[in-house]
Design a protein. Structure first.
Length: 266
């Protein structure tokens, strides 16, 4: 599906990682004609991402810690000054510490909640302020929000809260013509999941009906759809991009039981 975002401005947080979902989202929107601004923490990575994205269109990068209210407010002020209006905003930045809940220090817990959850609140508040002709706010949740996640429970809890908050925001922002939706990636090959995939690739892939891990572009396409007019009646809802991860308890059961050619031959 092709989209046309010509004349629109799109902001994406956490977009400095070249293999990351945020970078892929930024690139897709540029390819579909939007002007894009990105933000992230690491100045060097951000500048490299900006240079790469410039091949595709108009882009500007801002160094911002999305867990800091003053920094987020500054980002929106600068982006409006530089671009005039923000049509679509994607709260994508996140961290994924792998540690058992009861082994966490209080500060670690607070950091996960601040980066993954508080940032969504801070960005939504700014969207409400600047999107006075309406817009689309898109938040990154996770498959972990639906199940819980042993070994990364704070992350899962923060993403479950993002899921819930997105629904509330959809209702509260609807009178301002701001649609609020989200995406639920399964296991996508990015910097965030590199270690987990290296140690558990076979097991992770087996739980996926389509039998492959996801790519950042798989998610980016879905996000462009959510932002488009084709999704004009969607608010408070999520797209799951997981290749059918755990859509049944054991994706291979029926094939093993009845054979690969059994389906549709009865
Ligand atoms: P990623 O490549 O690590 O991207 C996340 C980006 O956010 C990184 O560039 C990171 O910078 C940045 N970031 C972290 N803290 C920040 C802060 N305080 N302020 C600004 N930027 C900050 O990970 P990804 O896999 O693309 O994930 C993108 C989103 O999808 C995340 O919200 C993630 O939870 C969600 N998600 C991913 C998967 C998956 O399988 N990959 C699955 C479910 C959900 P640093 O690298 O410097 O920390």
């Amino acid at each position: 599906m092709a989209f046309d975002f010509t004349g629109k401005t799109v902001g994406v947080t956490g977009a400095a990682g070249i293999n990351g979902i945020g970078f892929a989202i930024a690139r897709k929107f540029l390819q579909y004609g939007a002007a894009v601004f990105i933000c992230d923490l690491d100045e060097k990575a951000l500048s490299e991402a900006e240079t790469k994205l410039r091949e595709y269109g108009t882009v500007k990068a801002y160094k911002v810690d999305v867990s800091n209210g003053q920094a987020v407010s500054g980002l929106f002020k600068e982006a409006v000054r530089d671009f005039g209006y923000i049509d679509v905003f994607i709260s994508n930045a996140g961290i994924y510490p792998q540690i058992m809940v009861c082994d966490m220090a209080e500060e670690q817990w607070d950091t996960v909640m601040a980066v993954n959850l508080k940032s969504v609140f801070l960005c939504a508040r700014e969207c409400r302020r600047v999107m006075d002709r309406g817009g689309v706010l898109i938040n990154a949740s996770s498959f972990a929000a639906l199940l819980g996640s042993a070994g990364s429970g704070a992350y899962a809890a923060s993403k479950a809260a993002v899921y819930n908050l997105t629904k509330t925001l959809a209702a509260e922002l609807a009178p301002y013509q701001i649609r609020t939706v989200g995406y639920i990636p399964g296991v996508i090959e990015t910097g965030m999941t590199k270690e987990v995939i290296e140690s558990r690739e076979k097991e992770l892939t087996e739980a996926i009906a389509l039998k492959r891990l996801g790519k950042s572009d798989d998610v980016a396409d879905a996000v462009c759809f959510l932002a488009s007019d084709q999704a004009a009646y969607m608010t408070g809802t999520f797209l799951e991009i997981s290749g059918g991860k755990l859509c049944v308890q054991n994706p291979d059961y029926a094939w093993n039981q009845y054979g690969k050619n059994a389906c549709g031959t009865a």
